[in-house]
Design a protein around this ligand. Structure first.
Ligand code: NAP
Length: 282
């Protein structure tokens, strides 16, 4: 087991002010946007708020704007919503299309696979170059919610220091703090070198497991959002839910500013996800 990187006086993740709410929990909305009927999705979000979640993770890509619209409908100043710009890299889109189709259940709203697959590399790179247009649509949808992080959504490559600086300025001038979600392992050092000190790194649990110690030591001073606690592993991590939960506990002890992005597509599952985060908070 690695020695703890947590400091004695852990700084709270950005955007957390109210101690009665879940401090380590972020409620994810990817499957709400793409797989849930709107009424169920609304119930799930209400249940998430009732369970103590006040930070939400979304993206324009989640259900082609649907997740942002749902959050915006419910939104009030008590909800802090982080969103993204750009879109996942093409390889991930194909993977998601397959997962969406395999995960289909009666009543699910499934985006046509053509929509996912046709959003290929061209869209991906163009969207990364055009964050202002995408951001204004997100901000309009989320106008009633407090702003959290604005993540670059799975950038296909490290965009260079000048782009990161421009994205950070854009995020800040719009009331957000820049983040990077799903960076490639090989780009982590470059991101850590240039990302502003308050930037958030959103990483899959298995990615975290595969990073080198020097990168992890630098991440320990950063806000880190970890997802993939319950979803099937991508290859590197354990397949057993109990083992994955143990890893989450270890990272909660190890990274002072870690928060966990969890989700459920069922109102009754949300309380379970909330209970898990409460356990992590100790
Ligand atoms: N940036 C990125 O690249 C990226 C990628 C993926 C995800 N994310 C973010 O992370 C969020 C979470 O996604 P994820 O893939 O990591 O999902 P997850 O939290 O690992 O959850 C996957 C599924 O596990 C089940 N589950 C939830 N809580 C559980 C518990 N306490 N015990 C056992 N099973 C539980 C739920 O199934 P039921 O629905 O059946 O309850 C849920 O849908 C997304 O919504 C999104 O916001 C970001």
């Amino acid at each position: 087991m690695l020695p703890s990187r947590a400091s004695a006086d852990p700084a709270q993740p950005a955007g957390i002010a109210d101690p009665v709410r879940l401090k380590r929990g972020v409620f994810g909305t990817a499957s709400l946007g793409s797989k849930c009927a709107p009424d169920i999705a609304r119930q799930v979000l209400r249940q998430a708020i009732a369970s103590g979640f006040h930070q939400f993770d979304t993206a324009p890509f989640y259900g082609a704007g649907h997740a942002e619209r749902l959050l915006g409908e419910l939104g009030d100043e008590g909800m802090r919503v982080s969103t993204k710009f750009g879109s996942p890299r093409p390889s991930r889109l194909r993977f998601m299309a397959v997962r969406v189709l395999r995960g289909r259940r009666p009543g699910d709203l499934v985006p046509p696979p053509a929509l996912l697959v046709s959003r290929d590399g061209e869209f991906d790179c163009a969207a990364q170059r055009r964050p202002p247009a995408q951001l204004s649509a997100s901000m309009a949808a989320l106008s009633k919610c407090a702003q959290g992080f604005l993540f670059a959504h799975s950038p296909p490559r490290f965009p260079g220091a000048a782009a990161v600086s421009a994205w950070s300025d854009l995020a800040r001038s719009s009331g957000y703090v820049l983040g990077v979600s799903g960076p490639r392992n090989e780009d982590m050092e470059a991101w850590l070198e240039v990302a502003p000190a308050d930037a958030c790194f959103q990483l899959h649990l298995d990615t975290l497991e595969s990073l080198t110690d020097p990168v992890l030591d630098r991440l320990a001073r950063r806000t880190v959002w970890i997802h993939g606690i319950f979803s099937p592993p991508t290859g590197a991590g354990p397949t057993h839910a109990a083992d994955r939960q143990k890893l989450a506990h270890r990272w909660a002890a190890d990274l002072a500013q870690a928060a966990f992005v969890v989700t459920s597509t069922r109102p009754e599952g949300v309380a379970r996800a909330g209970a898990f985060v409460r356990e992590l908070e100790g």
